[in-house]
Design a binder for this molecule. Structure first.
Ligand code: SF4
Length: 332
């Protein structure tokens, strides 16, 4: 990814810094944009005279605010995501040892893409089998959905841009596909990476054509194939005697209540159940535990990643299938 592909809104950033009288500024960028982080930091520091600290931690979504960095800066700019309406703080709102600046401290810069979506939408058309598609995008391309809708109409395809619980209609997150719940035969996703289209196919249960405007690559995700993989993971967990309930410690992924409730249920069913708090779920970290299966209460978007783990990692709903509390058909 290149800096020029996105609108970093640096004039707005500098204005906000000056207005707030900030002296120390934090920057958080998605991993794919870490290569331009130093350029952004240098420009901000030079033009505002501030001390800029770049977060070196991973950054997966708006729920993933670097709260430790937030505590030591006057203002934090989080690039690449819209504000997460579901944000819960792991650390609480009090900034220990520092006066709290009045008002908002974290600002979200959406990084709208300036790339033309027309070539990739035209390329996607022959892959769309049905006449009606649900049209969705990540926030970087959400402003281009209307244009895509008009373009699809030229090819005789009716596109529906669904209402979303998020900031924009048609917008999707790896944990929120509300905008794809529209009467359609299949989904056209505009954006990069596999997480969103795989999640859409898995949870919405429809074929997804993913169109990446940066690479103009088209990929197809079939719901049945993905669901079968999840079913095999559930099957592998049926014999588990011990289970680790993972509590995500990243801001906005923290769900202690759900983890405690799942542990109680597991114990009632005669399982040995343990609570494990972690920032990032990595296979090598899980393998160290003498535990047969794990349940993820953190970010759900990585379910597809977990398929390849040696030990099964389930979602809360999938674990309830293992416990016999709901049926497979209930979740998919
Ligand atoms: S929980 Fe996961 S999918 Fe949802 S916003 Fe956070 S990183 Fe993205």
């Amino acid at each position: 990814m290149e800096k020029k592909s996105y609108d970093f809104e640096l004039e707005k950033v500098k204005k906000l810094i000056k207005e707030r009288g900030a002296r120390r500024v934090g920057l958080q960028l998605p991993d794919g944009l870490k290569t331009v982080a130093t350029d952004v930091a240098a420009e901000i520091s030079k033009d505002t005279g501030t001390e800029v600290i770049i977060s070196g931690n991973s950054c997966y979504g708006a729920c993933d605010i670097d709260e430790k960095l937030e505590r030591i800066v006057d203002v934090l700019f989080h690039f690449g995501h819209t504000e997460n309406p579901f944000r819960k703080s792991v650390y609480g709102k009090t900034l220990r040892g520092k006066p709290v600046l009045k008002g908002k401290k974290v600002f979200f810069i959406e990084l709208r893409s300036g790339v033309d979506i027309k070539p990739v939408v035209e390329k996607a058309v022959p892959e769309i089998k049905g006449d009606t598609v649900g049209l969705v995008a990540t926030v970087q391309h959400v402003h281009a959905l209307k244009e895509a809708e008009i373009l699809l109409a030229h090819f005789g395809k009716k596109a529906i841009i669904g209402k979303s619980r998020l900031k924009y209609d048609g917008q999707v997150l790896g944990c929120d596909f509300s905008s794809a719940m529209v009467p359609c035969e299949e989904i056209l996703f505009i954006g990069s990476g596999a997480f969103h289209p795989a999640g859409l196919a898995l949870y919405i249960g429809k074929r997804v054509t993913a169109a990446d405007p940066f690479t103009t690559q088209i990929s197809i995700y079939e719901a049945e194939e993905l669901r079968k993989k999840r079913y095999l993971v559930i099957e592998r967990a049926l014999d588990a005697k011990s289970v680790g309930i993972i509590i995500g410690m990243k801001s906005g992924q923290f769900n202690l209540g759900e983890a405690l409730a799942l542990r109680r249920k597991a114990i009632e069913k005669g399982l040995n159940a343990y609570l494990i708090a972690m920032d990032e779920i990595k296979e090598e970290k899980l393998l160290g535990f003498k535990i047969d299966a794990f349940v993820n209460t953190a970010c759900p978007r990585v379910a597809e990643d977990f398929v390849h783990f040696k030990k099964p990692v389930l979602s809360a709903e999938e674990f309830e299938v293992v416990l016999g509390e709901r049926s497979w058909e209930d979740i998919f």
